[in-house]
Design a protein around this ligand. Structure first.
Ligand code: DAH
Length: 339
């Protein structure tokens, strides 16, 4: 019996040594110590052993079992340590490597300029509103006193979706939409994208941005318009900025004007930037035409107001001294990073 037990132990030892993985080792454990294992076989054979021999043999079986268990446990520990070691080696982080630089985006000059303009007008109590880019002929033209056949329609080369629907050529239709809501007084700006069928060059693009402005209340005069835009120009371009109103014509305002600011580069002496004139044009404006008020349900006898339209790209180009509008649309990060 002693020989048989020794034989079993040595067989298991060989199997343990051959087991390369934890799974294989577990299989050895089951086949050696399990219900169908060799040791169990020996115990089952006990009934054929004389009664006085049984305790001795039982003890021998237990000793063998303990030896096998010890071998299994020791091997298991060694294997687990090896697995852990391998994993640590694989997962090692070299903290001395230089970090990868994350390329993050950058704010666009248009966005920076728009925020600046919004900040100024919100500071004067204006609300910022938006209107649709796909607009009806009525809001884009008709309600702004630009009937069919009006020459202004030719000046603004329009993308027509059909006879009645256009891509808005200006943000002025937002004026009409706000007036129609009938909540007075009105003090709003409306920034947004507009579209004109223009060829791309240094100063033109088929899609650009405007910021519309409108104030409607009792007793609003041209003096209010002048004071407001003068203050706006000073905040945007600096305290020293002077403002000039040149008579102009827009169908939806009467009287109308274009506004020039003194060149912030040369202070008005004349330079390359202002093409020698000392002045730079920044926007169009005027007193809202009584017919426009009436069409939107506001009584021109009781209310009056002014409106203005600013080209956002023009402000961005001026403020950041960019000489080609196309740069604003290419979104080259090396360009954008500079602002
Ligand atoms: N909508 C005009 C344009 O696109 C700009 C403009 C001029 C808007 C005068 C106004 C205004 O509100 O009063 O050329």
């Amino acid at each position: 019996m002693k020989d048989r037990l020794e034989q079993i132990r040595e067989e298991v030892r060989t199997q343990i040594e051959a087991a390369g993985t934890l799974e294989k080792l577990n299989e050895v454990r089951v086949s050696a110590l399990g219900k169908k294992g060799a040791l169990t076989e020996v115990l089952k054979g006990m009934k054929n052993v004389a009664a006085e021999e049984r305790p001795k043999i039982g003890q021998m079986v237990n000793e063998t079992r303990a030896q096998i268990e010890a071998m299994l446990d020791e091997t298991k520990k060694r294997m687990e340590a090896a697995v852990r070691e391998a994993r640590l080696k694989e997962e090692v982080i070299d903290v001395t490597l230089p970090a990868k630089k994350n390329q993050i985006g950058h704010r666009h000059p248009n966005s920076i300029a728009l925020e600046e303009v919004e900040r100024i007008f919100v500071g004067m109590g204006y609300e910022v509103v938006e209107g649709p880019e796909i607009e009806s002929d009525y809001y884009n033209f008709e309600a702004l006193n630009i009937p069919k056949g009006h020459p202004t329609r030719d000046e603004q080369d329009t993308f027509y979706i059909n006879d009645e629907i256009v891509l808005r050529t200006q943000t002025s239709p937002v004026q009409v939409r706000v007036m129609e809501q009938g909540k007075l007084p009105i003090r709003m700006i409306a920034p947004g994208r507009v579209f004109r069928s223009d060829e791309v060059d240094a100063t033109h693009s088929p899609s650009f941005h405007q910021i519309e402005g409108m104030v409607i209340d009792k007793h609003i005069t041209f003096a209010d318009l002048k004071g407001t835009l003068q203050e706006f120009a000073r905040e945007l371009f600096g305290e020293e900025t002077r403002v000039k109103f040149r008579p102009h014509h827009f169908p939806f305002t009467e009287p109308s004007a274009e506004v020039d600011v003194s060149c912030f580069k040369c202070g008005g002496k004349g330079c390359r930037f202002c093409k020698g004139s000392g002045w730079i044009e920044i926007l169009g404006c005027g007193m809202v035409h009584p017919r426009v008020l009436k069409m939107s349900g506001i009584d021109p006898e009781e209310y009056s107001g002014f409106a203005f339209g600013i080209g956002l790209e023009r402000i961005a180009l001026l403020k950041y001294e960019i000489d080609d509008m196309r740069l604003l649309y290419e979104n080259d990060i090396r360009f954008l990073k500079q602002f």
